[in-house]
Design a binder for this molecule. Structure first.
Ligand SMILES: Cc1cc2nc3c(=O)[nH]c(=O)nc-3n(C[C@H](O)[C@H](O)[C@H](O)COP(=O)(O)OP(=O)(O)OC[C@H]3O[C@@H](n4cnc5c(N)ncnc54)[C@H](O)[C@@H]3O)c2cc1C
Length: 192
């Protein structure tokens, strides 16, 4: 037996919750946001909200809610176990907020827009028929949808991962920090 939605989003992290929220605002119909963890899960994360993220949150109308609970910061200093140090600072303000709270604010905003949250439900695979993705297989059985969005994080194994190498270039507008804008951090993603 399968359940039906217009739009199913796998993963209620910032990417999935924001996508579900925007889809609801754009009128995509019945939207399901499904996550293997309970709402407000803990995640290893610095909780840093960059100036760019702040702009996105403002555009989404969520900045006030985040700002109320976040700590403002003017820069950051990363120190490796070997003692190497990177300092990033600039003229633009950034903030820090516990990831559990940050994710909850985004997910609850999606729920307020009518998104249905199904927590503690693991997705095992996507359903493909006739060359199209038509839904997902989960602990709760098959869930069919016109649109399926997979946003279950960097270690997702639900879709072929085009990234064997992830690359991030720190961008702090107006930065006076010691990390050159051309420096990038690279690491290999291992998929067990
Ligand atoms: C140590 C560390 C520190 C970091 N610090 C920062 C920082 O300070 N600032 C910053 O901006 N970024 C930081 N990041 C990066 C940030 O955490 C990620 O960019 C962000 O979490 C990505 O969001 P996402 O929604 O794509 O994925 P995630 O946040 O990983 O969310 C994925 C969701 O999918 C769910 N899920 C996974 N598999 C399944 C499944 N099979 N079925 C159902 N649900 C599933 C998970 O429970 C999770 O809720 C840090 C990352 C790490 C590892």
């Amino acid at each position: 037996m399968s359940d039906h939605y217009d739009f199913v989003v796998v993963g209620a992290g910032p990417a999935g919750s924001a996508a579900a929220l925007e889809a609801a605002r754009l009128g995509y119909g019945r939207i399901l946001l499904i996550d293997k963890a309970p709402l407000g899960r803990t995640k290893p994360c610095g909780g840093g909200i960059s100036p760019r993220a702040r702009k996105v949150l403002k555009r989404m109308g969520l900045w006030e809610a985040v700002h109320r609970e976040a700590y403002p910061i003017k820069g950051l200093r990363l120190v490796s176990p070997g003692g190497k140090e990177i300092v990033l600072a600039g003229s633009h303000a950034a903030s820090v907020l516990n990831r559990s709270r940050f994710d909850t604010i985004l997910t609850e905003a999606a729920i307020r827009e009518g998104v249905v949250l199904k927590p503690e439900t693991r997705v095992h695979g996507i359903i493909e028929e006739g060359g199209r993705i038509v839904g997902i297989r989960s602990d709760a059985g098959e869930i069919r949808a016109r649109w399926t969005l997979v946003a279950n994080g960097a270690t997702s194994r639900l879709v072929p991962d085009p990234r064997s190498v992830a690359c991030c270039t720190p961008a702090w507008p107006g930065s006076t920090g010691s990390l050159s804008p051309r420096t990038s951090l690279r690491w290999s993603t291992t998929r067990a």
